[in-house]
Design a binder for this molecule. Structure first.
Ligand code: ADP
Length: 179
């Protein structure tokens, strides 16, 4: 978890490589669908460009499909998902059908000013100032209910400040996860 521009993708890739597990980013999958002009991409386009969330059923469909091709062992890393309580509930159903459970959530925090600075120089299509602001607002509104839901279900939550040296942040995450 983390706001846009927190470095979830960067840290997620390092962590997945280190653990030898696949990483699924709902944002990457959606952007690919958009590039390919698939029906799902077209459906998601308006929401993505406006900085809004893509509907839960679309997202759960994506994740369900991605995991279909995945062995249960040794696991996988999810990046940018779940973002809502409904998605968390959907994930928990998917996992229990597979006889799996969530080991941990890595919750990355970065101050808003730093995010604005990072994203205004990144130049992705949805990185326009207004869209960034909206994505931050949406993230801010959804974050706490999601963390509360996971805290109630007893999942380990690792909180990380996503500012500073990339390798140091990764080392901190590995340490917290006891890896
Ligand atoms: P960021 O975290 O920078 O917003 P992502 O690449 O994770 O970037 O997501 C880009 C966009 O894709 C989001 O703004 C949203 O519209 C959509 N999206 C990605 N993941 C989800 C999700 N789990 N639920 C709803 N929408 C999502």
């Amino acid at each position: 978890m983390g706001p846009p521009g927190a470095g979830k993708g960067t840290q997620g890739e390092l962590l997945a490589r280190r653990l030898g597990i696949p990483r699924y980013s709902t944002g990457d999958i959606l952007r690919q669908a958009l590039r390919e002009g698939t029906p799902m991409g077209l459906e998601a386009k308006r929401n993505m460009h406006a900085g809004e969330l893509v509907p839960d059923d679309v997202i759960l469909g994506i994740v369900g499909e991605a995991l279909e091709h995945e062995d249960s062992e040794p696991g996988f890393l999810l990046d940018g998902f779940p973002r809502t309580v409904a998605q968390a509930e959907g994930l928990s159903r998917l996992l229990s059908d597979r006889g799996q459970q969530l080991d941990a959530i890595v919750d990355m925090s970065v101050p808003d000013e730093e995010i604005m600075k990072r994203l205004s120089t990144r130049g992705r299509k949805d990185d326009l100032l207004e869209t960034i602001k909206r994505r931050l607002e949406v993230y801010g509104a959804k974050k706490q209910p999601l963390l509360d839901w996971y805290a109630n279900s007893g999942v380990r939550i690792v909180s990380v400040m996503g500012v500073g040296d990339i390798d140091e942040i990764q080392a901190y995450i590995l340490d917290c996860l006891s890896l």
